[in-house]
Design a protein around this ligand. Structure first.
Ligand code: MF3
Ligand code: CO
Length: 250
């Protein structure tokens, strides 16, 4: 069931999204060689709690941390650990969200630790551009497939691939709501995009093949071929005349 929000509800949701964005910023600034992923997770936790919100991934389906922190070949859902020390050259995807006022924010970005390879940099740049192209295609009156098409066509034109097994989603009073928002698809297909929808658009783009598998920890998703993966995500609000990025710091 798709839940449409009023402008008043979007205003309430904006606070959750602002805190999510602030937490992602401070977590990203902590990415440095020598730091553990658990240290970054703690920075995110402290920021969210200090701002009066709740880390909405924590205990979600039993998830044990504030953030998902996924390094290099890890695609998503990497569990922060004091034993995972970031090295120079790593790319570090951080995904986190906050809940306040009964609404959720959700956002992600991939950060560079020290100097990274030109190929890793290109993967991050292309994935970020995929997100912004997906957002540009997310307009009232369009279709969900327009978003996937925008992401997929740009990723593949750059020689990368789009993860199929995980998708974006509606977000609101619940972290995950309908509809699903695939990062692949065809223009003009799928559910109509309507004013009042709030969506988490989140391309996961692989350097090599799109195949992924889950590790035995029950969470961490990695590329099957061991190559790199990047992830960028924003929560957006669709209104009659524009689509607004809620997880943006102004
Ligand atoms: N961040 C994921 C998403 O964007 C959700 C993580 S689920 C959790 O949809 F269990 F890890 F929290
Ligand atoms: Co999400």
């Amino acid at each position: 069931m798709i839940v449409l929000k009023t402008n008043r509800e979007f205003e309430l949701m904006r606070e959750a999204c602002r805190i999510s964005a602030g937490a992602l910023k401070v977590a990203g600034e902590a990415v440095e060689p020598g730091v553990s992923t658990a240290q970054i997770d703690k920075i995110a936790y402290d920021y969210i709690v200090k701002h009066g919100a709740k880390p909405n991934f924590l205990n979600y389906a039993g998830y044990p941390a504030t953030a998902c922190i996924s390094v290099n070949n890890q695609v998503i859902h990497g569990i922060p650990s004091k034993d995972r020390i970031i090295k120079a050259g790593d790319i570090v995807s951080i995904d986190l969200g906050a809940e306040i006022n009964g609404f959720n924010g959700d956002n992600a970005a991939t950060f560079a630790a020290g100097d990274i390879s030109p190929q890793a940099q290109r993967l991050c740049d292309v994935t970020k551009e995929c997100l912004y192209r997906g957002i540009s295609a997310c307009v009232a009156g369009g279709r969900i497939g327009d978003i996937g098409y925008a992401v997929q066509s740009y990723a593949e034109a750059n020689g990368f691939s789009v993860v199929r097994d995980f998708v974006g989603h509606g977000v609101g009073r619940k972290l995950h709501e309908d509809p699903s928002v695939p990062n692949f698809g065809k223009q003009g297909r799928g559910i109509r995009i309507m004013p009042g929808m709030s969506l988490a658009i989140e391309p996961m783009i692989n350097e090599g093949d799109y195949g992924v598998r889950q590790l035995s920890d029950g969470w961490t998703v990695v590329t099957r071929d061991g190559k790199l993966s990047a992830h960028f995500e924003h929560t957006v609000a669709v209104t009659t005349d524009s689509t607004v990025i809620l997880t943006k710091l102004d």
